[in-house]
Design a protein around this ligand. Structure first.
Ligand SMILES: *[C@@H]1O[C@H](CO)[C@@H](O)[C@H](O)[C@H]1NC(C)=O
Ligand SMILES: *[C@@H]1O[C@H](CO)[C@@H](O)[C@H](O)[C@H]1NC(C)=O
Ligand SMILES: *[C@@H]1O[C@H](CO)[C@@H](O)[C@H](O)[C@H]1NC(C)=O
Length: 341
């Protein structure tokens, strides 16, 4: 018993130390990430380190964007993963609805983090966005730092569109989805105001919405994404995207809306398909009787699932004591796992 307790303590002391040193300052040489990040094009590497400070913001934007993607699609047939993917910006096959989401999400997250870095003066080429002209008789003033979504979006679009693809159709799809992501970010800026003693609004400035809100909106747009095809313009020189028949609607007609997500090809994620690097849903965790996309019947595509009930021990109710650094109790959790066959 004694030994056991001692073991617990060793473990926790170790954890405490590794935790406090793990987050210590790690100085990295400038521009290393841009050069090494897998799958970036030469153009993207250039954009990435042309402006001091941009690299950190882009890196953070990509990390945040991908983790939002993984969170939103954790319980979907496609879980924001490709088989053996080496390209940082690609998580689904070209031309698909899933790539549309990834593109828009990454664009918004990169613009978000660049705009944030502008406010913090971490990027040399930008600061706050210019003061808005007040409307006539406006009883309050614009004051404080307006978050620079304009610069963030400009730089994010430059970065996203400097990708590798030579394919005109894919490039058009990509541009539309980049702009859709940026549009959603812009539409959801938050006006933050200060209120005076009398309860009147005194001054306001623009700030960023939570990124989770952007992901949620983009997920809904993914669910309603438009299938499109490229069509020649009257002058026969330029292409534009038109909605396929069943995606046409009265408000926007044949052209997809600016903030709609668009895709070119349909895809399915039930079975493993090596040529498209699709994993399939075998081995995925699912839930029973939810009647939603995480439902085993849907997620496992009717193949059935296995159920495993196990007991897991973990430390709980940890307290800092005077003699030992931390002391904990041992709790047992019942863990139920349903996995697709
Ligand atoms: C997606 O599911 C596969 C199993 O099919 C798993 O290996 C992978 O880690 C999952 N990806 C994420 C981001 O959870
Ligand atoms: C893109 O086009 C250039 C020149 O037109 C060519 O050298 C390059 O290999 C192409 N890249 C891809 C990925 O097709
Ligand atoms: C059930 O889960 C436990 C704990 O995760 C694992 O050790 C065990 O191998 C699993 N059993 C089956 C049949 O998958």
């Amino acid at each position: 018993m004694n030994t056991f307790k001692w073991k617990i303590h060793t473990l926790l002391v170790f954890w405490c130390i590794s935790c406090s040193t793990g987050t210590g300052k790690r100085k990295s040489r400038p521009n290393v990430w841009c050069e090494k990040a897998p799958g970036l094009s030469d153009g993207q590497r250039k954009v990435c380190h042309r402006v001091p400070g941009l690299q950190t913001a882009i890196k953070k934007g990509i990390e945040k964007g991908l983790s939002e993607c993984e969170r939103e699609f954790k319980w979907s047939r496609w879980n924001c993963t490709l088989l053996g993917e080496k390209n940082l910006l690609q998580r689904a096959p070209d031309g698909t609805k899933e790539t549309a989401f990834t593109t828009a999400m990454l664009s918004a997250a990169i613009a978000f983090n660049i705009a944030k870095a502008c406010t913090a003066k971490d990027v040399t080429e930008c600061s706050c966005e210019g003061v808005k002209r007040p409307f006539r008789g406006q009883p309050w003033k614009w004051k404080g730092c307006n978050v620079n979504i304009r610069f963030g979006s400009y730089a994010a679009e430059r970065f996203m569109m400097s990708g590798r693809s030579n394919d005109t159709k894919l490039k058009m799809m990509s541009r539309h989805n980049v702009r859709a992501g940026l549009e959603v970010l812009k539409e959801n800026r938050v006006i933050r105001c200060t209120v005076g003693n009398t309860g009147n609004v005194k001054s306001c400035h623009l700030t960023l919405p939570p990124l989770e809100k952007i992901s949620r909106i983009l997920k809904a747009k993914y669910n309603g994404a438009n299938e499109v095809f490229p069509s020649l313009r009257e002058n026969k020189k330029s292409l534009y995207l038109l909605n396929r028949a069943r995606f046409r609607n009265r408000q926007s007609g044949n052209r997809p809306k600016k903030s709609a997500l668009v895709f070119l090809v349909k895809s399915q994620y039930c079975y493993r398909q090596d040529e498209y690097r699709i994993l399939g849903t075998q081995g995925r965790l699912c839930r029973r009787n939810t009647n939603k996309e995480d439902d085993c019947i849907f997620l496992c595509c009717g193949r059935g699932y296995s159920r495993n009930v196990s007991h897991k021990k973990r430390f709980c109710n940890c307290k800092k004591g005077p003699s030992a650094p931390c002391s904990c109790k041992l709790c047992t959790d019942v863990v139920i796992e349903n996995k697709c066959l």
